[in-house]
Design a protein around this ligand. Structure first.
Ligand code: DP6
Length: 347
């Protein structure tokens, strides 16, 4: 086995968008601004080892210790894309060890956590190899992560993170994510997200295809305008702590996202019957108990059940008794807003 010349390891979390990124142009630039909660328990932990290279670049990827040749093209494409910015990238062979803290087949997208972990690793290695500090390490990592997967650029920071230019967000950019620096009501600081795993496994249409279908989508222009308006409203809600307004805005964003999928050409549906059953249960429970539970969806069938931390014990009991039976293998993951990525011990 050849000698490892450099190595770096990072853990990076997944995130869940409140205002959704759906539609892109150019090289991974968003058609509208978005904002997400960074999660905590759903993470990717990766270690990249740089090895001596002679001849063509070799890339090996291991998932949970098992060699995964099917992951290589995605990693190779990412490396090719960021190579113009990190001149040493083409000088080594790569060995990447990666694992997700959530089940691989859970239907939870690992691209945000995986690509952000890899981008952070590349920034770390850049500092090691060049001997120079990157002046804004996380901004650079966010920019690189974006080139791998759009939503990954928001996973580089903890808490609430936006991406895409917007007048209501200072320092916002198309190029990288921005940690939310506006006033934040305490209720949003430790919001809970229980991911109800309705459908584990590959989804029928990838996000990349879905984004592409926004080009020429009959509602595209209006959608991009509404996303901007929703972000402006959300900034005010985040300050006031108005949970009724929060519920209305976030649920509407989720349904609009899926409405866009259902009205694209060709159209498609990623929700499953149990997705709708769970949504109805959430609405009933909220009405009957006055507990501010709400849902959001990403590009899949799983339901993210969001609620303030003070209701944790009560809501978890209800999930177990009433919602888990609607999940595949009764599986769900209790997560919450997290602090963002961290460097791992290198061994
Ligand atoms: C519905 O970031 O997975 O989750 O940029 O093609 O990698 P690519 O797409 P991706 O899209 C995420 C879409 C979403 C909404 C969001 O996270 O904002």
């Amino acid at each position: 086995m050849s000698e490892v010349l450099f190595r770096a390891a990072w853990a990076s979390p997944s995130n869940i968008a409140l205002v959704k990124y759906w539609g892109k142009y150019g090289v991974q630039l968003p058609s509208n601004p978005s904002i997400s909660f960074t999660l905590s328990e759903c993470r990717t932990e990766s270690r990249l080892e740089l090895l001596p290279k002679s001849g063509e670049q070799q890339i090996e990827v291991y998932l949970d210790g098992e060699k995964k040749d099917s992951f290589v093209p995605k990693i190779a494409k990412f490396i090719q894309r960021i190579a113009p910015e990190l001149d040493w990238l083409n000088e080594f062979n790569f060995r990447l060890h990666t694992r997700n803290t959530f089940p691989h087949s859970s239907g939870i997208a690992s691209s945000a956590s995986g690509m952000s972990a890899l981008a952070l690793i590349c920034c770390d290695l850049h500092e090691q190899i060049s001997g120079e500090r990157i002046s804004d390490f996380y901004r650079k990592a966010s920019h690189l992560a974006r080139l791998g997967s759009g939503s990954a650029c928001r996973s580089v920071y903890g808490g609430l993170v936006s991406w895409g230019e917007h007048a209501a967000i200072e320092g916002s950019s198309q190029d990288f994510g921005t940690p939310f620096s506006g006033k934040l009501h305490p209720v949003f600081k430790d919001f809970q997200d229980c991911i109800l795993l309705v459908h584990q496994g590959e989804k029928s249409v990838s996000s990349t295809v879905g984004h592409d279908l926004m080009n020429g989508h009959p509602f595209a222009e209006k959608r991009f305008e509404l996303a901007g308006q929703n972000l402006a409203s959300l900034v005010r809600i985040l300050e006031s702590g108005d949970l009724d307004a929060f519920i209305q805005l976030v649920e509407s964003e989720a349904l609009m996202l899926h409405g866009l999928m259902m009205s694209s050409v060709p159209y498609f549906i990623l929700m499953k019957p149990n997705t709708l059953k769970i949504i109805e249960k959430i609405w009933d429970y909220r009405k009957q108990n006055g507990v501010p539970v709400l849902f959001t969806l990403d590009a899949g069938a799983n339901v993210h059940l969001l609620y303030p931390a003070e209701f944790k014990a009560k809501v978890e009991k209800w999930i177990d008794s009433d919602l888990s039976s609607l999940c595949e293998n009764k599986a769900y993951i209790c997560d919450h807003v997290g602090q963002g990525p961290y460097r791992l011990n290198n061994d």
